[in-house]
Design a protein around this ligand. Structure first.
Ligand code: SF4
Length: 350
C-alpha cells in the first residue's frame, strides 16, 4: 500500500481519515500535538495512542522531515542560514535570526522562484517546484526541535525562496496548522507573509480566517521602475488597493517593504511619491537598504543617500522603519547557498 504523507493533510482531512479508521474526533488533536508540538518522527513514540492504532497509522502514513546539508553563521549578528534537503533532493534555504531577544525564522515557499525579480538571487536561479505543506512545516520543525530556545516565543516570516502566493493551497494548509492550538499555536502577529503582491490572492485571503500579517514587496513608486526591477509584478494601484482592502477587512496594518537600490529608486522624488501613495492609508513602510551579491547588476545605497531619502519620507509618511538585512557576511540574501551547492552538484556530474 502506498503510504500517505500525514503532514500534507489539513486538520479536516486528518479528522476524516481517523474517522474512517473508526476513531473518535479527539484523536486528531492528539496526533497534531505529537507531530507539531513534540516534533515526533515515528508513530511508535505516540504513547497516549493505543498500540493497535499506532501500528495501523505506521502502515498507512509517513512522517517526513528535512535533512540539514550545511549551515553558515554570521560573525556580525549571529544569524544562521541553513541549506535543507527535501525528500526528492531539492535544496531550500531557511534562516534563523535572533535580535533583541526575539527569535525569527525565515522560511521558503518554493524551490527557487519563477518571478525573476532582478535584485533577488533566488529569482536569478530559476524555479523548480512549489513546496508541499509538509515541507513548509518541516522547516519550522527543524528549527523548533534543534535551534530555538525552548519555551520562548518565535516569529515566522515567509521571506525565503519563492513567492508564497503562487503556492496558495499549500500556504493556506500550513498556516492552518501554524495557527491551530494543537499545532504551533501562532497568532497573526507571529506569522508574516511577504509577497510581491498578487491582488487576487490578497483579496481571496482577506476573506479567510487564517491568522497572519501581510507585507508587500513594493520597491518602487512608479509602474515603470517596478516592472524594470520586478518584471512579473502587478501595477502599483491595484496592488495597494488589494492591500488596503485586506487591512480594512482584518482591522490591521499592512507593511510595505521598499528595498532601496542605488540609482534606481532612491531619489528624493521617490520618497515624495512613496509618502504620497501611503498617506492616510493603513500601511507602514519598511526601508531595506539593498545588500549586494556577486554578479548582481545593482549597488547598495550610500549612507548619505539613505539619509536623504529618509529626510524627505519621515515627516510625511506613516510609520517608517529601516531594516538592515542580517547576515551580510554569510550572504543571507536568499538563494545564495542553494545556488552555490546546485552548481557544485552540476560540476560533480559533468
Ligand atoms: S524577490 Fe521574492 S518574488 Fe521576487 S524573485 Fe525573489 S523570491 Fe521571487
Amino acid at each position: 500500500m502506498r503510504k500517505t504523507n500525514i503532514k500534507n493533510l489539513s486538520i479536516e482531512e486528518l479528522s476524516s481519515e481517523l474517522q474512517k479508521l473508526g476513531e473518535q474526533r479527539y484523536r486528531a488533536p492528539q496526533l497534531l500535538k505529537w507531530l507539531y508540538q513534540k516534533a515526533t518522527s515515528s508513530f511508535v513514540e505516540m504513547t497516549n495512542i493505543p498500540m493497535e492504532l499506532r501500528t495501523l497509522l505506521d502502515e498507512r502514513y509517513t512522517i517526513t522531515s528535512l535533512q540539514r546539508v550545511e549551515s553558515v553563521r554570521s560573525s556580525i549578528d549571529g544569524s544562521q542560514k541553513f541549506l535543507l534537503e527535501t525528500g526528492d533532493g531539492s535544496l531550500i534555504e531557511a534562516v534563523l535570526m535572533k535580535a533583541r531577544g526575539v527569535q525569527t525564522i525565515c522560511i521558503s515557499s518554493q524551490v527557487g522562484c519563477p518571478l525573476g525579480c532582478r535584485f533577488c538571487r533566488t529569482g536569478d536561479g530559476g524555479f523548480k517546484r512549489n513546496l508541499e505543506s509538509d515541507e513548509i512545516l518541516n522547516q519550522v520543525l527543524f528549527f523548533k526541535s534543534r535551534h530555538l530556545e525552548r519555551n520562548r516565543r518565535f516569529n515566522i516570516v515567509f521571506m525565503g525562496m519563492g513567492e508564497p502566493f503562487l503556492n496558495l493551497g499549500n500556504i493556506e494548509k500550513s498556516i492552518e496548522i501554524l495557527n491551530a492550538i494543537d499545532g504551533f499555536a501562532l497568532g497573526q502577529k507571529r506569522i508574516t507573509i511577504s509577497t510581491i503582491g498578487i491582488p487576487e490572492a490578497i483579496l481571496a485571503l482577506s476573506e479567510t480566517d487564517l491568522k497572519f500579517s501581510l507585507a508587500i514587496s513594493l520597491n518602487a513608486t512608479t509602474d515603470r521602475v517596478r516592472r524594470e526591477i520586478m518584471p512579473e509584478a502587478d501595477d502599483i494601484v491595484p496592488t495597494l488597493a488589494a492591500a488596503e482592502e485586506f487591512a480594512r477587512a482584518r482591522k490591521t496594518i499592512v507593511t510595505l517593504e521598499y528595498v532601496l537600490i542605488s540609482g534606481v529608486n532612491e531619489d528624493p522624488a521617490d520618497a515624495q511619491r512613496l509618502a504620497g501613495i501611503t498617506r492616510g492609508r493603513p500601511f507602514k513602510i519598511n526601508i531595506i537598504p539593498f545588500n549586494e551579491w556577486d554578479g548582481c547588476p545593482y549597488k547598495s545605497p550610500t549612507e548619505e543617500n539613505l539619509e536623504r531619502f529618509l529626510q524627505v519620507l519621515l515627516p510625511k509618511a506613516p510609520t517608517v522603519t529601516v531594516r538592515r538585512s542580517q547576515g551580510g557576511d554569510i550572504n543571507a540574501a536568499c538563494g545564495q547557498l542553494s545556488l552555490r551547492r546546485a552548481s557544485e552538484r552540476k560540476r560533480d556530474l559533468s
